[in-house]
Write a protein of this length. Structure first.
Lengths: 233, 637, 409
C-alpha cells in the first residue's frame, strides 16, 4: 500500500509555547492508525497541525507527495482530509440537517444523505432539531456523518468515544470498521486503549510531543506492559 | 378632535408613523452592525460614516455624473462596499486576534478621518438631494398626510431587512455565515475560505449602511456628519436587541423608532433620551439583549499581565518635582491660556486612565463627569454666588455622586457592554443638559465669575489664575500617582488582569472597581469645574460624546496604563487644536489618523513606547506590553 | 532789561506749548501695538457659512483695502476664524485674540449665543464689537455695551413688520416653530409679542434642535393645529429644510401659510425660485438696488462667485465706519472710537443716512422684498422685487422701548 500521509519532524507552537517537538509517523492508504498517549502529550495538536489549524508549524506533512506544511486549512480540506474535533463542533445556530450538509464536497464519491442515515439511523428523526439539542452520542454520529458527506477519503478523528456510553462506543467501533472496509484512511486519536486495540492496523505512542514507540496491531496484546508505563494505566 | 392623554390622536398617529420611518433606518443600520459584529467581533464605529458615504455617493453621482436616484441605489452601496473591503483586507484583518477595543478604535479613527475630510470638501451644512420624480407627492391618510417617498422608505427597508434575514437564516450561504460566527476555525477545516467570507460579509454589512444612506438622502439631506449622532442611537438599538441577533436588530430598530415617536407625541423633550434609558434598563436586566446570545463575546476577556514595573518612589518624586517646575515656569514662554487648558485636560485624561488604564474599564461616557461638574460649578459661582473653592467643590461632588450612581450600575458588566452602559448614561446626561433651563442649552452657561479664592486671592488676575490651576493639576496628579503605587492600586491591577482570580483570593472586586470609578469621576469633575472657572463658560461640548472620544484619544496616544502618558497625550492634542485651528476640520482628520496609527503600530502610546525603548536599551527584561490580547485557547495536548 | 524776563517767559511758554503739543500729539496719534487688527469671527464651514463665512472675511478685507490699508499711519490687519457654531470654541478664539494676538475689534459673529459672550468679553476688556449677523435684540437691550454695535438687522426688524402685515391680511392664528437657542428664543418672543399686540393668537409652539436634518416631527403638530400661519422662528438650513418639508407634507397645499421672518438671498438661492417664489420678508441690503450696490457686488462676485448677502455687506460697512472713527478720534482706544462712531453719520452704499444710537443699534432703512417668480428672473441672483422701503425709525425698536442701561430715560 502506498503512503498516503507522511509526517516528518513536525514541530508546532501555540503562541510562544512549543507543543510538538518533532513528530514522525506515516499512514498508508486504507489503514487505520492510532495515536495513543497521556493527556497533554500532543495528540490533538498533531491532528490540528495536519489540518493547518495551528499558529506556527515546521517540518513536513506530505500527502501523496504534496507538501502541506504551509497550506491553509481550507486548502488542506480540499485535498480530501476531513477533521472530526474532540468537542465535536456541532453548530448551535444550525439545525441537524444544516450541520450535516454544511461541509462542502471536496471530492466525488462522498456518501449520500440516505447512506449516512442508514449508517446512523438515530439522526433520521432529529433532522430539524437544533444541532446542540442532540445527546452526546448523537452529536458524535452527526460529526462523523457530515465529514462522510464531503467525499474526503482521509479522516482525522479526535477521541470519538470520549464521554459516551459503552453501547454507543461499540456502535462507533463498528462504524469505523465499516469505514475501513470501504477503503477510508483513518488517523485516530484515543485515550480509550481497549477501543483502539480492536480497530487499528498500527499504533503510535506519543509522549511529550514526540513519537516514542510504534506498535503493529498484531503485537498490541504482547506489548501491554510498555503501554502501561507510557500511559500510566 | 379626539385626544389621547391630552394629545390629539392625529398627532399621535402621525408621530408613530414618522417614528416607524425613523425606525426603518435604525433597523437597516443596526442590521449591518449586527452582521458585522456577529461575524467579526468588530464593533464597526465607521458604520455611521459609511452610511454618510452612501448618501454622499448618491449626491456626487447626481451632481457630477448626472446619475439619478435609482441607479445610485445600486451603485453607491457597491462603491462604498468595495472601499470597505479594501479597508478590511489592509487594516482590520490584523486586529481579529486582539481585544475588541482595538477594532473599535480603528474604525472610530477611520470615521473621524472620513467625516473630517468630507466636512472640509463640502462644508458641514450639507447638500440638498431631491426626491425622485416617481415618488413625489403623497396621500392623505386622514390623520396625517403621508408623502409617497416616506412610504417607499418603510416598504423598501422592510423588504431589505427581511431579505437579509432570509439569506442569513434560510440559505446555505447563511448557514456558512452562522457556522463561521460560532467556530471559524472548524469551518475553515471543512474547506471554506473563511477569511474571504469575512471580507465579503464586512463589505455586505457596509453596503447595507450605504444603501440606507441613499434612502436617507432625500429625507434627511446629505451632510458629512449625518451619520455621527445617528450611530450612537444605532449602537443602543443593537445592544437592546442583542449583539449577534439578526432578527433582534431588525425588530428592535423599528421598535425604537416607534417608541421615540410615541415619546415625541407626549413629551418631546425626552424623545432623544428615551432610547438610552431603555438600553440601560435592558443591559441591567437582560445583559445579552432582548434577543441576543453573545454575552461572553462582548464581555472583557482575561487579559495578559499589565505593563512596566513602576519606578522607585524616589524617581517618581523627582520626575514629579521636575514636572512641577517646568509647568510653573511655562507661562514665561507659552501663552498661559493654552497651558491652563492643557493642564485641565491632562487632569481629565489622568482621571480617565485610572479606570481605563489601570482598571481596564474603558468608559465611553467620561464626558458626563467633566460636563456636569462644569455646569454645577458654573451655576454655583454665578447664580448662588459661591466663592470659587466652594463652587469647585460642588462640581466635584456632583461628579462623584454621578460616578457612584452610574458606576454602581455599570461595573456589573465589562468589556464592550461596560463601554455601552457608560455611553448610555452620558447620552442621557447630554440630553438633560440640552433641555434643562439652568444649563442654557445650546447657548451654554456664560459669564461664570472667577471670583476671589478663599476671599483673598483675586482669580481675575492672570498670575493668580495660573497658579490656581497649577496647584489643582499637581494635586490631582499627585493623588493619582500615589494611588496607583499603593496597595489599593495593586489590587486594582490584579482585578483588571483577572477578576475571577482576584475574587478567589478574597477581594470584593466590585467594591474596588466602584471606588476606582468614583475617584475617576470625581477627578474628572475637578477638571471640569476648574475648566468652568477658567473659561468662564460651561457648554454642551463638555457633555457631548465626542469629548469622551477626545479623552480616549489623549490617553491612548500618550500611553494607556502609564502614569505620564495621559499627560503627554493631553498636551499634544490640545496643542494640535490650538495651533492647527486654522486648518478647521483637518484637525478631525488628523485625530482620526492618530487613532489608526496608534492601533496599528503604536499600541503602547508615546510614553509606553518610550519606556519599552528604554528597557531595550538597558537590556532589562522588557515589560509585557500594555496590549490587550484574547487569551489563546489553552493547548489541548 | 524789562523785555528779557518776558522774552524768557514767552520762550518758556512757547517751549512748553510746543512740548505739550508734542506730548499731546503722541497721545493723540496713539495706536495700540502699532497695528489696527480686526478679527472676523464667523461660521466658516457650517449652517451659516454661505450667509457669512469666507464672504464676511472677504468683505472685511475689501473694507480695509478700500480705506487704504492704513489708518493713522499704522497698518490694518484682518484675520478670520471659524467658531463652528460652538460657544466654547468661539469664546476661546475671541479670548485668545484679545489676550494674545492684539486684536482691537471683533466683527460678524454669526451666532447669537457666541455674540452675547463676545459682548461680555469686549465690554470687560475694552474692545470694539461690530456685530453684523446675530439676531438677538439683547445685544442692544439688556446686554448692551458702550463699545458693542449691531449693524444690519435684529429679530425685531425681521419679525415685527411681517407679523403685523399678516394680521392685517386676516391671518390671525399662528403656530411657531423655533430654533432652540438664543437667536430662536429671542425671535419667538418678539414675534409672539408682535402677534398679540396686533390682535392675533398664538395657538402653540414647538422647539426644534438646532441643526436638525428632519423637521417633520415638528411640522406635524403645526399642521394639526390648523393655525392659519406657521411661523418659522429659525434661519439658514433649518429654515430651508422646513420649507421644503412643508411642501413635501402638503402643508402649503393644504392652505396654511408659512412665514419665515429671517430669510437671506443665499436661502433663496438654495431653495430655488420655484419653491421660494412669492415669499416676502424684510432684508437689510440687496445687491441690485442701485449703481453703488452693484459696483460693490461686482467686485465681491469676482472673488466669491456669489452675490454679497446683507450681513456680508454689513461687515464692510461697519468696518469702514470703524476705521473712519479711529481716524477721527486719533486713537484706537475703544471708548473714544465708539464715541466717534456714534457721532459720525453712516453714509455708504449699505446705508444712506444711517445713525448709530446710544444703545449700539445702527438704524438704517430696511427693504420689504418679495421673491420673484422664475419667469421674472433674468439671471442668477436676480431674485427680489423691492416692494417698499421701511424707514429706519419704523423698522427698529425705539429707544424708549429699549432695556439698555446706557439709554438715559
Amino acid at each position: 500500500m502506498s503512503e498516503s500521509l507522511a509526517v516528518g519532524n513536525l514541530q508546532a507552537w501555540y503562541g510562544g509555547s512549543k507543543v510538538l517537538h518533532g513528530m514522525d509517523f506515516s499512514v498508508r492508504t486504507g489503514e487505520v492508525v492510532t495515536l495513543l498517549g497521556r493527556n497533554g502529550a500532543g495528540k490533538t495538536t498533531t491532528l490540528k497541525s495536519i489540518m493547518g489549524l495551528l499558529d506556527k508549524r515546521s517540518g513536513s506533512i506530505a500527502l501523496d507527495g504534496d507538501e502541506l506544511i504551509a497550506a491553509a486549512p481550507y486548502d488542506i480540506a480540499r485535498k480530501g482530509i476531513a477533521f472530526c474535533p474532540e468537542e465535536r463542533g456541532i453548530f448551535a445556530s444550525l439545525s441537524v440537517r444544516e450541520n450535516l450538509l454544511l461541509p462542502p464536497k471536496v471530492a466525488a464519491g462522498g456518501m449520500t444523505v440516505a447512506q449516512i442515515l442508514t449508517l446512523f439511523p438515530n439522526l433520521k428523526e432529529r433532522l430539524d432539531s437544533q444541532g446542540t439539542k442532540l445527546s452526546g452520542g448523537e452529536q458524535q454520529m452527526l460529526a462523523l456523518g457530515r465529514i462522510l458527506h464531503t467525499g474526503a477519503r482521509i479522516l482525522l478523528l479526535d477521541e470519538p468515544t470520549e464521554g459516551l456510553a459503552p453501547v454507543i462506543i461499540r456502535q462507533i467501533g463498528r462504524t469505523i470498521t465499516e469505514l475501513k472496509s470501504l477503503g477510508f484512511t483513518i488517523l485516530l486519536v484515543e485515550q480509550n486503549v481497549g477501543f483502539a486495540a480492536g480497530l487499528a492496523d498500527r499504533h503510535y505512542i506519543v509522549e511529550l510531543g514526540r513519537v516514542v514507540e510504534e506498535i503493529p496491531g498484531a503485537e498490541f496484546e504482547g506489548r501491554s506492559g510498555a503501554l502501561k508505563s507510557y500511559l500510566g494505566l | 378632535m379626539t385626544t389621547i392623554f391630552g394629545v390629539p390622536s392625529a398627532v399621535l398617529y402621525g408621530q408613530l408613523l414618522l417614528g416607524l420611518i425613523n425606525g426603518a433606518f435604525y433597523a437597516m443600520l443596526s442590521l449591518g452592525l449586527a452582521v458585522i459584529f456577529g461575524m467579526m467581533n468588530i464593533v464597526n464605529f465607521a458604520h455611521g460614516a459609511q452610511y454618510m458615504m452612501g448618501a454622499m455617493g448618491a449626491w456626487l453621482l447626481m451632481n457630477y455624473l448626472g446619475i439619478g436616484y435609482w441607479w445610485a441605489l445600486i451603485l453607491a452601496p457597491l462603491i462604498v462596499g468595495a472601499i470597505s473591503i479594501v479597508i478590511e483586507v489592509l487594516l482590520l484583518r490584523r486586529l481579529y486576534k486582539l481585544d475588541h477595543l482595538y477594532g473599535m478604535l480603528l474604525t472610530f479613527g477611520l470615521a473621524l478621518m472620513v467625516q473630517g475630510a468630507f466636512s472640509n470638501w463640502f462644508g458641514s451644512s450639507g447638500q440638498p438631494y431631491s426626491i425622485p420624480q416617481a415618488l413625489m407627492g403623497g396621500r392623505n391618510l386622514g390623520f396625517m398626510f403621508l408623502p409617497n417617498y416616506r412610504a417607499w422608505v418603510i416598504a423598501a427597508s422592510v423588504v431589505i431587512c427581511l431579505g437579509t434575514w432570509y439569506v442569513i437564516e434560510r440559505t446555505k450561504l447563511g448557514a456558512y455565515l452562522r457556522a463561521a460566527t460560532e467556530n471559524p476555525m472548524l469551518v475553515q477545516a471543512f474547506g471554506i475560505r473563511v477569511p474571504r467570507m469575512i471580507t465579503l460579509t464586512y463589505g455586505a454589512g457596509v453596503g447595507l449602511a450605504a444603501l440606507a444612506g441613499v434612502l436617507a438622502a432625500p429625507v434627511y439631506q446629505v451632510s458629512p456628519l449625518m451619520g455621527a449622532d445617528l450611530l450612537i442611537v444605532v449602537f443602543a438599538v443593537v445592544v437592546i436587541g442583542g449583539m449577534g441577533s439578526i432578527m433582534g436588530a431588525i425588530v428592535t430598530g423599528f421598535l425604537v423608532g416607534v417608541i421615540e415617536g410615541l415619546t415625541k407625541a407626549f413629551y418631546p423633550e425626552a424623545s432623544t433620551t428615551v432610547v438610552f434609558a431603555v438600553m440601560a434598563v435592558v443591559l441591567l436586566i437582560r445583559p445579552a439583549g432582548l434577543f441576543g446570545s453573545k454575552l461572553e463575546a462582548a464581555q472583557g476577556q482575561p487579559q495578559s499581565s499589565l505593563s512596566a514595573t513602576a519606578p522607585s518612589t524616589l524617581t517618581q518624586t523627582l520626575i514629579f518635582l521636575a514636572l512641577a517646575c517646568c509647568l510653573a515656569a511655562a507661562p514665561l514662554v507659552v501663552y498661559p491660556g493654552f497651558m491652563m487648558k492643557a493642564m485641565i485636560f491632562a487632569l481629565f485624561a489622568c482621571a480617565f486612565n485610572l479606570v481605563a488604564g489601570y482598571g481596564r474599564l474603558v468608559s465611553f461616557g467620561h464626558s458626563m463627569f467633566l460636563g456636569s461638574a462644569g455646569y454645577v460649578c458654573g451655576h454655583a459661582a454665578k447664580i448662588w454666588g459661591l466663592p470659587p473653592e466652594f463652587a469647585i467643590l460642588a462640581g466635584t461632588a456632583t461628579a462623584a455622586m454621578l460616578g457612584f450612581v452610574t458606576g454602581w450600575l455599570a461595573i456589573r458588566r465589562s468589556g464592550i457592554y461596560f463601554a455601552m452602559v457608560t455611553l448610555a448614561f452620558a447620552q442621557m446626561v447630554y440630553f438633560v443638559a440640552l433641555q434643562a433651563r439652568f444649563t442654557g442649552g445650546e447657548d451654554g452657561l456664560q459669564a461664570v465669575p472667577r471670583g476671589m479664592l478663599f476671599g483673598l486671592i483675586d482669580l481675575s488676575l492672570p498670575a493668580n489664575l495660573y497658579g490656581f490651576v497649577l496647584v489643582i493639576f499637581l494635586g490631582g496628579f499627585f493623588l493619582i500617582m500615589r494611588l496607583v503605587g499603593s496597595p489599593f492600586g495593586r489590587v486594582l491591577k490584579a482585578i483588571s488582569d483577572h477578576d475571577a482570580r482576584a475574587q478567589s483570593l478574597g477581594f470584593e472586586t466590585a467594591r474596588y472597581k466602584l471606588v476606582a470609578f468614583v475617584l475617576s469621576a470625581a477627578l474628572a469633575g475637578l477638571a471640569g469645574s476648574t475648566k468652568a472657572i477658567v473659561s468662564q463658560l460651561a457648554s454642551l461640548t463638555d457633555v457631548h460624546w465626542s469629548m469622551s472620544g477626545e479623552v480616549l484619544l489623549m490617553t491612548f496616544l500618550g500611553g494607556v496604563g502609564t502614569l505620564y502618558g495621559p499627560l503627554v497625550g493631553a498636551f499634544i492634542v490640545v496643542a494640535m487644536q490650538n495651533y492647527l485651528a486654522a486648518f478647521g476640520q483637518w484637525v478631525t482628520v488628523i485625530h482620526g489618523l492618530i487613532f489608526v496609527l496608534c492601533v496599528l503600530a503604536f499600541r503602547r502610546g508615546i510614553v509606553g513606547e518610550l519606556i519599552e525603548f528604554w528597557h531595550r536599551l538597558h537590556r532589562t527584561p522588557p515589560a509585557k506590553p500594555a496590549v490587550l490580547h484574547n487569551v489563546a485557547v489553552a493547548p489541548q495536548e | 532789561m524789562q523785555q528779557t524776563p518776558s522774552k524768557l517767559l514767552r520762550g518758556i511758554a512757547a517751549a512748553l506749548c510746543l512740548g505739550s503739543f508734542a506730548v499731546a500729539g503722541q497721545a493723540a496719534a496713539q495706536v495700540s501695538d502699532d497695528v489696527v487688527k480686526i478679527g472676523v469671527l464667523t461660521d466658516m464651514s457650517g449652517q451659516y457659512s454661505d450667509l457669512n463665512g469666507p464672504g464676511s472675511l472677504l468683505a472685511a478685507q475689501m473694507a480695509a483695502a478700500d480705506f487704504g490699508g492704513k489708518v493713522l499711519g499704522k497698518p490694518i490687519e484682518i484675520i478670520g476664524a471659524d467658531h463652528q457654531q460652538k460657544a466654547d470654541i468661539g469664546i476661546g478664539i475671541a479670548r485668545r485674540w484679545i489676550e494674545n494676538e492684539k486684536v482691537d475689534a471683533i466683527s460678524d459673529v454669526t451666532n447669537s449665543a457666541i455674540a452675547l459672550a463676545v459682548q461680555q468679553l469686549t465690554r470687560e476688556t475694552n474692545r470694539v464689537a461690530l456685530f453684523s449677523s446675530p439676531g438677538t435684540t439683547d445685544l442692544t437691550g439688556k446686554q448692551c455695551s458702550p463699545t458693542g454695535f449691531q449693524w444690519v438687522y435684529d429679530n425685531y426688524s425681521n419679525a415685527v413688520g411681517p407679523m403685523k402685515a399678516l394680521i392685517d391680511k386676516g391671518n390671525d392664528t399662528f403656530f411657531i416653530i423655533t430654533a432652540d437657542f438664543a437667536f430662536g428664543h429671542s425671535l419667538e418672543k418678539i414675534a409672539s409679542e408682535a402677534i398679540k399686540a396686533n390682535g392675533g393668537k398664538v395657538l402653540g409652539s414647538v422647539r426644534h434642535p438646532f441643526g436638525a436634518n428632519d423637521l417633520s416631527a415638528f411640522l406635524l403638530p403645526a399642521q394639526a393645529s390648523k393655525a392659519k400661519v406657521i411661523v418659522l422662528a429659525t434661519a439658514g438650513k433649518d429654515m430651508t429644510t422646513a420649507i421644503k418639508q412643508a411642501n413635501e407634507f402638503g402643508i402649503i397645499a393644504g392652505g396654511q401659510a408659512v412665514s419665515a421672518p429671517v430669510v437671506f438671498i443665499t436661502d433663496v438661492h438654495a431653495l430655488g425660485l420655484s419653491t421660494a417664489q412669492g415669499i416676502s420678508f424684510i432684508e437689510g441690503f440687496y445687491w441690485d438696488q442701485n449703481d453703488e450696490t452693484r459696483a460693490f457686488a461686482k467686485r465681491f462676485f469676482e472673488v466669491r462667485k456669489a452675490m454679497p448677502t446683507a450681513p456680508q455687506a454689513g461687515v464692510y460697512s461697519s468696518i469702514r465706519h470703524y476705521l473712519k472713527a479711529i481716524q477721527a478720534a486719533g486713537t484706537d482706544e475703544a471708548k473714544a472710537v465708539a464715541a466717534k462712531m456714534r457721532e459720525l453719520p453712516v453714509d455708504d452704499f449699505f446705508a444712506k443716512g444711517g445713525k448709530v444710537r446710544e444703545d449700539g443699534r445702527m438704524v438704517h432703512d430696511m427693504l420689504l422684498v418679495q421673491v420673484k417668480k422664475p419667469s421674472e428672473s433674468k439671471q442668477p441672483w436676480d431674485y427680489y422685487n423691492v416692494v417698499a422701503t421701511v424707514p429706519g425709525e419704523q423698522a427698529f425698536q425705539s429707544l424708549a422701548q429699549s432695556e439698555c442701561p446706557l439709554v438715559k430715560k
